[in-house]
Every structure is written in C-alpha cells, then in structure tokens.
Design a protein around this ligand. Structure first.
Ligand SMILES: [Zn+2]
Length: 87
C-alpha cells in the first residue's frame, strides 16, 4: 500500500460530513434516499437527521412554554444525533 497526496489524513477521517451532505462524496441530499452522485444509501442518515430535527422542534416548543430543563434535554439529544451546522 502506498500513501498518496490525496489520501485522507487520520484527522480528516474523524470529521463528520456537514449536515445534509453525503458522507462519501459530499453531494447535497436530494429528494432520493440514494445519493445522486455516488449511489450511497442515505436512508439511515436521513432517519437520524429527521430525529434530530424533531428533537430540536421539541426543544423549541419546551423553551416556548418556559420549560428550560426539558428544552435543554431535547437540544442535547438533537446535538448528539446530529452536530449543529457550523458557520
Ligand atoms: Zn455521495
């Protein structure tokens, strides 16, 4: 095995893909659960993203009714499921 310039570094392998992008080729999610660029099955990732979205919505609802402890639990769960987008 040879190391090439375009081989991923160990640190790069630990960086998760941006939310909403294929972890293999970085293409944006489309309406299909199959990546339009590389053919990867994205359905499991989409299910996790949907759960994170629902947890964030529950957190916002809890915050809106003034229940901060529950809101923090929902947001922590959402962040465990899917790291928030970085600017
Ligand atoms: Zn892909």
């Amino acid at each position: 095995m040879t190391v090439t310039d375009d081989a991923p570094t160990p640190d790069a392998a630990l960086v998760p893909p941006p939310p909403g992008r294929c972890p293999v080729c970085q293409a944006r999610f489309r309406a299909s659960p199959i990546c339009s660029r590389c053919g990867t099955d994205l359905a499991p990732l989409m299910r996790v993203a949907a759960r994170a979205h629902a947890a964030r919505a529950a957190g916002r609802a809890a915050l809106a009714r003034g229940d901060l402890p529950i809101a923090l639990q929902w947001i922590a769960l959402a962040d465990q499921l899917q790291a928030p987008a970085r600017p």
